[in-house]
Ligand binder design. Structure first.
Ligand code: ATP
Ligand code: IP8
Length: 246
């Protein structure tokens, strides 16, 4: 059993509001459609979530009152992305069924029983970065945090996180030319400084979530989704360029 998270930076153009990258969605969907093993799939929000979340100040958890209109906009946008990506996936033979996280979150937190229910029928549940609400308060839940919650529930062999850089570097490779790719690293030795630029902490947020997943899985791989062959190799447990956290 694997958990695969496809980052919003891969399936959307994160710099342009509500802009999907349909060709990448298609090539990733082909690979996932061909994969015969059991999987829970998660995707990020990219430009369908972060831009408005930051503009509306929703990156800071708070009271729903006065923010309901903005929350509705962002939830509608991430559900649109989910619908677009699911179209590609299902057309390519992926037996996926979407589970919107806001719909399974209640007074006891996330209820992941629909996930195990679908897995038992050989479907792949599809979850995504979203906004959840409880006791009059809202907060963003990232796809990375959902991977942790899923890992705790379904105990996968591994979690594969697909993003738009080759893996975890010593610093942001888009800003620092001397950034070095970490190929294999112990979770306890992993720490990145800074806050990250998007609503959920970009790679810094991912690293914090990866650390919390490790008790529930053997390893977490971080790979670049702009090279679909790397995802194919990662799914087949072949050597691949990227970071393995164990
Ligand atoms: P989303 O959150 O929309 O699902 P994602 O999970 O694909 O997107 P981001 O959260 O945007 O990805 O994180 C990836 C980005 O983190 C990269 O594009 C990179 O610029 C940035 N980054 C910052 N620090 C680092 C680092 N030390 N190593 C690698 N990437 C880093
Ligand atoms: O893209 C963020 O999820 P992520 C969700 O997985 C929203 O970090 C609503 C911004």
């Amino acid at each position: 059993m694997k958990i695969v998270k496809i980052g919003g930076s891969v399936i959307t153009d994160k710099g342009k509001y509500r802009t999907p990258r349909e060709e990448v969605m298609e090539s990733i969907s082909k690979l996932l459609g061909e994969y015969p093993g059991r999987m829970a799939l998660v995707h990020g929000a990219g430009s369908f979530g972060h831009e408005k979340a930051l503009e509306f100040g929703l990156d800071v958890p708070g009271s729903i009152s006065g923010k309901a209109a903005e929350i509705s906009v962002v939830i509608n946008d991430v559900m649109s992305l989910n619908s677009m990506f699911s179209e590609h996936l299902i057309r390519n033979g992926f037996r996926g069924v979407s589970i919107p996280p806001h719909a399974i979150y209640g007074s006891n937190g996330l209820d992941l029983s629909p996930v195990t229910y679908l897995l038992n029928y050989s479907f792949s549940p599809i979850l995504f970065g979203d906004i959840i609400m409880k006791d009059g308060k809202y907060r963003i839940i990232s796809g990375d945090e959902l991977c942790k919650a899923l890992a705790e529930k379904i105990r996968p062999d591994e979690v594969i996180m697909v993003t738009d850089v080759d893996g975890i570097y010593t610093s942001d490779p888009k800003e620092f030319s001397n950034a070095r790719l970490l190929k294999k690293v112990k979770a306890s030795e992993l720490s990145l400084e800074g806050k990250g630029k998007d609503a959920t902490g970009s790679m810094m947020g991912k690293v914090e979530n990866i650390k919390t997943m490790l008790p529930f899985t053997n390893r977490v791989k971080v790979i670049n989704g702009n090279y679909p062959d790397r995802l194919r190799k990662a799914l087949l447990d072949e050597d691949v360029i990227g970071t393995v956290v164990f």
